[in-house]
Design a protein around this ligand. Structure first.
Ligand code: FDA
Length: 311
């Protein structure tokens, strides 16, 4: 209930304006966000890479409202990828980027899908030049079909373009089956957005069961599964299902978010697994932070305390 209320609150512009213009909660934001600039992102990426992790950098922002803004986000990624390459961090996909389709134009009222496809194509070209890859995040349920269309349209030219499946959607086992081709990079997550019960599982148990079903489909396929979860039971299940499917540690990866269960991230590195840390940066951290608070309402108390203690 609290989770749904928080996700609903995230849409309130009054709450958003209050939180993002008050010097608040630096500690809580810093736990989940690497910093505001590309320099901060590169420093975090270097530190994680030196500790044996793979990295995916996300320039925070979503629901872009103009073509110019979408072009600016695209340019940020292109420059970031060049900088990753010259820092020696991009080769062999060690540090890649994650892109929200609505940040590069998908939600624009006119020609949104075409604008997003052109911008993602520019980012994919820059990633290819840098020796790395791009993964398209999955957003609100209303964008799923358009995002999957973008992926299938662009994979002709950029076969390593990754996509995300949200296990909470009832349709997802079918989408996983359609995405198990050779080389197909698919990130599986539980799903962080508020979604109507008619199309999504709501209870944790049902979402977890769906995740287990999707995970088995992806691991038995011939693509490259990217298992994004911090859930200890699902991480264990992934390990055992991978072994059953005859997959070696190089044929799939675990993924976790910056600042969440870092000790587990290091345990997986030490065990020889591939683990990628998703590192967001930028000033537009509000929507991302609310989704992280909604996942773990205990964090909300910490956040509210920081609001009152810093003023
Ligand atoms: P669950 O929420 O059940 O958490 C399991 C355990 O992890 C908790 O008990 C706790 O210990 C820890 N934990 C989880 N969240 C925490 C938090 N916020 N703070 C502290 N501890 C926490 N979603 C989406 O809709 N589209 C997308 O594109 C992506 N992309 C993505 C990339 C990567 C790399 C990850 C890891 C996740 C996403 N997600 C996402 C988010 C995902 O859908 C989901 O909301 C979160 O990963 C939380 O779900 P868990 O699988 O971790 O399980």
């Amino acid at each position: 209930m609290l989770r749904r209320a928080l996700l609903a609150a995230s849409a309130s512009t009054r709450i958003r304006d209050f939180l993002t213009t008050t010097p608040v909660a630096n500690g809580v934001v810093a736990r989940y966000v690497a910093g505001e600039t590309a320099d901060d992102a590169l420093a975090a990426a270097r530190q994680l890479a030196e500790a044996g992790n793979l990295v995916s950098l996300d320039y925070l922002g979503e629901e872009t409202t103009s073509p110019d803004q979408a072009a600016a986000v695209t340019q940020e990624y292109v420059v970031l990828l060049r900088r990753l390459a010259s820092a020696g961090l991009a080769a062999d996909g060690r540090c890649e980027v994650s892109v929200k389709p609505t940040a590069v134009g998908l939600g624009l009222p006119e020609h949104g899908e075409k604008t997003a496809a052109e911008n993602i194509s520019l980012i994919c070209s820059a990633a290819r030049d840098a020796g790395t890859t791009v993964t398209l995040d999955m957003e609100d349920h209303s964008q799923v079909d358009a995002t999957l269309r973008l992926v299938s349209g662009l994979r002709g030219e950029f076969g390593d373009l990754g996509c995300v499946i949200q296990a909470n959607l009832r349709r997802s086992p079918g989408d996983c089956r359609a995405l198990t081709a050779a080389g197909s990079r698919v990130r599986l997550c539980k799903g962080a957005y508020r979604t109507p019960e008619s199309i999504a599982y709501v209870s944790r148990a049902d979402v977890d069961r769906s995740y287990a079903r999707c995970l088995a489909i992806l691991l038995r396929g011939v693509g490259y599964p990217m298992l994004a979860t911090h859930d200890p039971r699902l991480i264990e299940l992934a390990g055992s299902q991978a072994a059953l499917a005859g997959r070696g540690p190089g044929s799939f990866e675990y993924q976790m978010l910056y600042g969440i269960r870092p000790a587990e991230q290091q345990r997986l590195v030490a065990a020889g697994a591939r683990i990628r840390v998703y590192v967001p940066y930028g000033t537009d951290w509000y929507g991302y932070l609310v989704r992280r608070l909604a996942e773990r309402p205990a964090n909300l108390a910490l956040f509210l305390r920081s609001l009152t203690s810093r003023r």
